[in-house]
Design a binder for this molecule. Structure first.
Ligand SMILES: Nc1ncnc2c1ncn2[C@@H]1O[C@H](COP(=O)(O)OP(=O)(O)OP(=O)(O)O)[C@@H](O)[C@H]1O
Length: 476
């Protein structure tokens, strides 16, 4: 393994790294930092927890020290929490320079952000939506001289998922100078490589960590096959087990929806687990506060939606539990990547129902890893099943008495209007899609049942034949 200084990093930054316990570059840093320092565009694809952030922060800070002016660098990232985490890295490495950063994310005061932007910070770390809002609504800042555009979790920024950043990215890219360095990083770049290449045009250097698998070796990947109705009991059982067996434990449970996140948080509290939640329907200040308390181990259990699945670096997390099987291998990679970071060990456990088996198969195929079954004493789970299910029902009733669903509906309508869509038309379209989906599910279920019936029929026939044969032999 080489040294930071041999990569062209200045002595003062090498010293700064040492002070932070970063002594040797990781492979993504070793390969991507020299081309960035040479002035090339770079696309870096390396596994979760492999030090991609420092791979772009360190060269930018070095270049900034050579010719400091603001706004020098713009970092775009899909989530607000991640923006704060990246800004902190710039602040730490750039402390000797007096580096000034500005965080521009949704859910926080827009006026104070505009004021900060007008003070020409060296580095702006932003989520696309809020930055685009600032560009559209004010002319108090200019990004016409930026040297670096960085997209962290670049594939997420470019894919058209539930939050589509395309329009906001267009607004942002339009005000950036063509002559700049563009750096794109993620653990899962390959699917969007084509789109990314059109953004990074300056002799892009592409580096991907060579490995047979897409998840880290230190991660013990498990699954539990469970009927939907027993899932929560398994979850309570698993958390109780970790609490009993480890003094120092920290777990993230990923769920599919904000509502599920809220209900499971209430449930886990009923079972006296120190639980906190993170989802997009919470007020932003509460989101930051909850994450800070989880990071500080005030709360040991975090129930979160996919808003926490990318980039968050919390070294104490030993276990990730997927309460639902992720629909895409990529989502799985990022979720389980919240543990086993920077060479540490970690465990991931995915709760799988009979209807999710095809999802597990595609996760295994894509990641070239087999998930192993997690051993559980089933009778221990069955013992708590009724209590757990009653608790869920109680929590659901409690949540129904609040305005949670209403709030969700209002938020959704607001979002659609902001996106220039008609909320009523969208609702109709969604209902139609839901109908098709449920028809498909029913169809799959019918096929499954028919196959099972056929199997049972064949088995019966075999048994009958065997009996007849035996009877024949006896009578002979
Ligand atoms: N050279 C190094 N030596 C030791 N630790 C390092 C080094 N570089 C970074 N780290 C640490 O490794 C951890 C993970 O780094 P980072 O968050 O940058 O990962 P990542 O590759 O961006 O992961 P993800 O894909 O999940 O976003 C951090 O705590 C960071 O401080």
């Amino acid at each position: 393994m080489c040294e930071f200084s041999s990569l062209g990093l200045a002595d003062w930054l090498v010293k700064q790294c040492k002070q932070l316990g970063i002594n040797k570059p990781t492979p993504v840093q070793e390969h991507c930092m020299p081309p960035i320092l040479e002035g090339r565009d770079c696309m870096g694809c390396a596994k979760t927890g492999s030090g991609k952030t420092a791979a772009f922060v360190l060269p930018v800070v070095q270049k900034l020290s050579e010719d400091p002016y603001g706004i020098f660098c713009l970092v775009l990232t899909p989530t607000r929490e991640l923006a704060y985490q990246i800004a902190e890295q710039f602040r730490v490495f750039g402390k000797p320079l007096g580096l000034k950063d500005c965080i521009v994310v949704g859910g926080m005061d827009m006026v104070s952000q505009a004021l900060e932007l007008s003070k020409q910070p060296h580095v702006v770390v932003a989520t696309p939506g809020r930055l685009a809002d600032h560009i559209r609504s004010s002319n108090t800042f200019s990004m016409s001289r930026i040297q670096f555009l960085i997209m962290d979790e670049a594939d997420r920024l470019l894919e058209q998922g539930c939050t589509d950043f395309t329009k906001d990215l267009e607004t942002i890219l339009a005000i950036l100078p063509a002559k700049r360095q563009t750096l794109l990083f993620s653990a899962t770049l390959t699917d969007t490589l084509h789109d990314l290449k059109s953004i990074a045009m300056n002799r892009p250097f592409f580096w991907e960590s060579k490995s047979d698998t897409r998840t880290v070796e230190e991660l013990d990947q498990r699954y539990i096959l469970t009927p939907e109705k027993v899932k929560d009991a398994y979850l309570v059982h698993l958390i109780q087990k970790f609490t009993d067996e480890h003094d120092d434990w920290s777990i993230i449970v990923f769920v599919n929806t904000c509502k599920d996140c809220q209900i499971l948080t209430m449930m886990m509290r009923e079972f006296n687990f120190p639980t906190i939640s993170l989802h997009s329907m919470m007020k932003q200040k509460q989101r930051f506060a909850n994450l800070a308390m989880f990071k500080a181990s005030v709360f040991k259990l975090l129930i979160a939606t996919d808003v926490a699945s990318r980039g968050l670096d919390i070294p104490t997390v030993q276990v990730v539990i997927n309460h639902n099987t992720p629909g895409l291998p990529k989502i799985y990679i990022h979720r389980v990547g919240r543990t086993a970071r920077a060479g540490r060990n970690g465990v991931s456990i995915t709760l799988v129902t009979q209807y999710d088996i095809h999802l597990v198969q595609s996760i295994e195929a894509e990641n070239k890893t087999k998930l192993k079954e997690y051993p559980v004493v089933e009778k221990d789970v069955l013992k708590i099943l009724t209590q757990v299910n009653v608790t869920r029902r109680q929590c659901e009733i409690k949540l129904e008495s609040t305005d949670f669903d209403e709030k969700k509906e209002t938020n959704k309508r607001k979002q659609l209007i902001l996106e220039g869509k008609d909320p009523d038309l969208e609702a109709k379209r969604k209902a139609e899609l839901e109908k098709i989906r449920s028809q498909k599910k029913k169809f799959r279920q019918n096929i499954h049942e028919t196959i099972e019936k056929q199997k049972r029929g064949q088995l019966k026939k075999k048994i009958m034949k065997r009996k007849q044969k035996k009877a024949g032999q006896m009578s002979a």
